[in-house]
Design a protein around this ligand. Structure first.
Ligand code: CMC
Length: 442
């Protein structure tokens, strides 16, 4: 007999009553309100009261935690960090200030900002022995594979910041991760092109230092272009945090068992790598190169709409945004600024991307499914113009997202109600049966 549930909201009591129509058992569940955004009902007691679990494999209707860091209104295309709109932060702030905001909840005063910058730059170097890890990788290793390994290895180097119950150690681990990530990312690049590693320079800003470690060589002076360093900083801001996405949820899940922070962030990097998530920026550029010219756009739009073809328009669509991704708007503008600065405004890939966007936004399939360009659609074009190989795109995403991962991890550890994450399942395998000895099997 099939079991049915019906849900009734009791506005007066602010509860939802679930009734199992098959057994008549019911359960009253409390409704919870956030500052803004949809209400949720708390199903924590559901199993105890009804003997049933809920089923939501892709978490399309499930809130996994309370958080006061980032808010997204996907219908309206709004992204707020600690209440501040992303476009205002991208316009007026810098990456380290946004890091402070995400970690501490408020924008810093001038003195707090200076102190924070000093705390981060103090940790930019990595243990010299960590270099041995790079040498163990093949030269053609994907830099994201190197990132997973080397960031995980940090836990073997910084023992004085792995006790997660100590608030001071949690902060030191957070600062170390934010500070060392650009150094490790630049080293992954240098290793792949066979150039010497460049040590960090603490007189430079976060973005400038990263560009310097990536593109400078000992043989000559490297002049930092302020338009490019500003664009790099903005790309970091736009990727800093994004609520409970796959990699952040991975970091929280890994951290919920009490695992050390460096290992948790390595888990986040692994999750980010996939093409449905952070790997999309690399996939967008590969797709644009494959399309090649404007006259083939129609063919690829047709393929994206074909259910029998696995091809998807990379850089389009989002689980939460059913409107233009607010980060994509800033990214599009930054793309034009960078290409103008480099004198390549007529970059064919940009023209192709704009044509693809124009056609997709008018197409009934994309309109009906509310598929808009996301943050990754334009970032690859900027990064390529700046000189990054496509394999580094997701690495840059990881550098920027580290602060989000760390802030969310800290928030979870500091929540007194925190428990190990342990979902249940709908078992569809064989029911209990007796073992058949080998000589009796058919
Ligand atoms: N091209 C063509 N069709 C699409 C696309 C796309 N890019 N995205 C979604 N659809 C269709 C999909 O086939 C489905 O159709 P139907 O309802 O007929 O089966 C419908 O739209 C809903 O898609 P979904 O896969 O159920 O939605 P989701 O929320 O599970 O997936 C997504 C979200 C981002 C994984 C997906 O839109 C996608 O694969 N996009 C391309 C990859 C990409 O750009 N990822 C970067 C996301 S932003 C950065 C980040 O989060 O890291």
């Amino acid at each position: 007999m099939s079991q049915q549930k019906s849900a009734v909201t009791d506005a007066a009591n602010d509860t939802v009553t679930l009734v199992d129509n098959a057994t008549g058992r019911s359960c009253e569940l409390p409704v919870m309100h956030g500052t803004i955004g949809p209400k949720v009902f708390d199903i924590g007691k559901l199993y105890a009261q009804t003997g049933m679990f809920t089923f939501d494999p892709g978490y399309t209707s499930t809130g996994s935690c309370k958080s006061s860091i980032t808010y997204i209104d996907g219908e309206e295309g709004i992204l707020l960090h600690r209440g501040y709109p992303i476009d205002e932060l991208a316009e007026n702030s810098d990456f380290l200030e946004v890091c402070y905001l995400l970690l501490n909840g408020e924008l810093p005063s001038r003195a707090e900002k200076a102190k924070f910058e000093k705390q981060i730059t103090y940790h930019t170097m990595v243990h010299e022995q960590l270099i041995n890890f790079f040498r163990g990788f093949r030269r053609d290793a994907h830099p994201m594979a190197i990132m997973c390994g080397v960031v995980g290895a940090l836990s073997a180097f910084y023992h004085d910041s792995t006790d997660i119950r100590d608030p001071r150690q949690r902060i030191v681990a957070s600062h170390r991760l934010i500070a060392k990530m650009p150094t490790i990312a630049a080293m992954a690049y240098k290793y792949s092109v066979g150039q010497p590693f460049i040590y960090p320079r603490n007189d430079l800003s976060y973005a400038e230092n990263f560009l310097h470690m990536t593109f400078a060589v000992p043989a000559e002076e490297y002049k930092i272009n302020p338009v490019l360093s500003r664009a790099m900083d903005r790309i970091f801001i736009l990727h800093a945090d994004h609520e409970q996405n796959a990699s952040t949820s991975t970091v929280r899940m890994a951290g919920s068992s009490g695992a050390n922070p460096f290992a948790c962030i390595a888990a986040g990097i692994a999750s980010l790598w996939g093409p449905a998530h952070g790997g999309a920026n690399e996939a967008v550029l590969n797709m644009l190169e494959e399309i090649g010219s404007k006259d083939r756009v129609g063919e690829y739009i047709k393929r994206a709409k074909d259910k029998d073809d696995p091809f998807r328009l990379m850089g389009f669509g989002h689980r939460v945004y059913k409107n233009y991704d607010p980060r994509a708007k800033v990214m599009r503008q930054t793309c034009h600024e960078v290409l103008a600065e480099l004198g390549v405004e007529d970059e064919p890939l940009l023209e192709l991307a704009m044509e693809l966007e124009r056609i997709a936004l008018e197409d009934e399939y994309f309109v009906e499914k509310k598929l808009y360009p996301n943050v990754d659609f334009y970032s690859g074009i900027i990064l390529r113009a700046m000189g990054f190989p496509t394999s580094m795109f997701t690495v840059l995403f990881a550098v920027a997202r580290t602060v989000g991962w760390v802030a969310q991890w800290k928030e979870m550890i500091e929540d007194p109600t925190q428990k190990i994450g342990r979902p249940r399942q709908l078992y569809v395998g064989p029911a209990k049966r007796s073992f058949t000895p080998l000589d009796q099997r058919g």
